[in-house]
Ligand binder design. Sequence first.
Ligand code: RBZ
Ligand code: NIO
Length: 357
Amino acid sequence: MTSLSLPAILAAIQPLDRTWIEKARQRTAQLVMPPRALGRLHDIAEQCCAIQQTLSPSLEHKAVVVMAGDHGIAAEGVSAFPQEVTGAMVRTFLAGGAGINAIARHAGARVQVVDMGMAATLDPQTTPGGDQLKISKIAPGTASFARGPAMARTQAEAAIMAGFAHATDLFDAGVQMLGTGDMGIANTTPSAAIGAVLTGCTVDQMTGRGTGVDDAGLARKIAVITDGIALNRPDPTDGLDVLAKVGGFEIGGIAGLVLAGAYHRRAVVIDGFISTAGALIAHALCPTVADYLFAGHQSEEPGHALMLHHLGLAPLLSLGMRLGEGTGGAMAMTIMEGAVRVFKEVMTFDQAGVTAG
Ligand SMILES: Cc1cc2ncn([C@H]3O[C@H](COP(=O)(O)O)[C@@H](O)[C@H]3O)c2cc1C
Ligand SMILES: O=C(O)c1cccnc1
């Protein structure tokens, strides 16, 4: 665990040194191809040069952290699935059989799962695959924000600090690129609440069907979020207040992963709607985190585009995905790694003996 305080972390985060972008652009200009012919792949590689402060960046060592938590708000009938699915899916992640496991294997990323506050309790010692399960259980699920704050402010801070510590351990172990993932039945509801509060968009614009609620379920979800915001009055200038009042433990954990990427100068690839809600909390605490972030994909959840716009991020992929778990971020890691390989491996005009234009 880290001895740093959250204010110390926020104060230490530095924006990218733009001189590295300039140096990297000079190298890109020498690659044996028409100017910037690989489009955004060049931008990605140059941003990675600036993040790692080198013209030889590496994204070979990759990990996805799937943050898991349950939600009191699930009792309001805002999800198409029951709460037990959270724990059952965490077992599936550990067994290697979920969507994220297949995509992470394809991307060459390890998958770590953190119990940030599930209703169920899994013992790492006795659960198959439990060596990849970490326990930072803040509480066995949040309180319902239909009745009061989802959690105490101290719990919100503890969730962020736990995420920061897990990411720090992975970076210390050599991870060069971190993907964020989530599991928690009903978590598109707090994510939409966070999105509405922090982007200023309406709850109607921000709220989608999640796992697939019907029209009545969607109307109920919008009403629950609208009433929950009116009851709790989260302060949009205070990311911790927003997380505490309408957030979730796994969303706080994701915010901690995002802060850790910026603090340790490592690329973080966020996934869909829930991961981006976590990034919004981190961004509210420290807008500079956006320099270190990559948006893995554009989720089908309609509010996701509004969240990404607020963060100033353009998604790498748009594949009609709406799963979460870190799947879109893990798939995008393959693009990121390819971009860096182009930067390092393509010959210059001089080396190839090709006449420059
Ligand atoms: C089997 C299954 C696997 C999942 N993996 C991710 N989610 C995703 O769906 C949930 C959010 O949607 P909502 O707010 O509608 O409950 C989260 O757990 C998210 O990670 C899943 C959901 C299910 C049912
Ligand atoms: O975009 C996501 O991450 C998402 C969308 C719906 C349900 N679960 C996750």
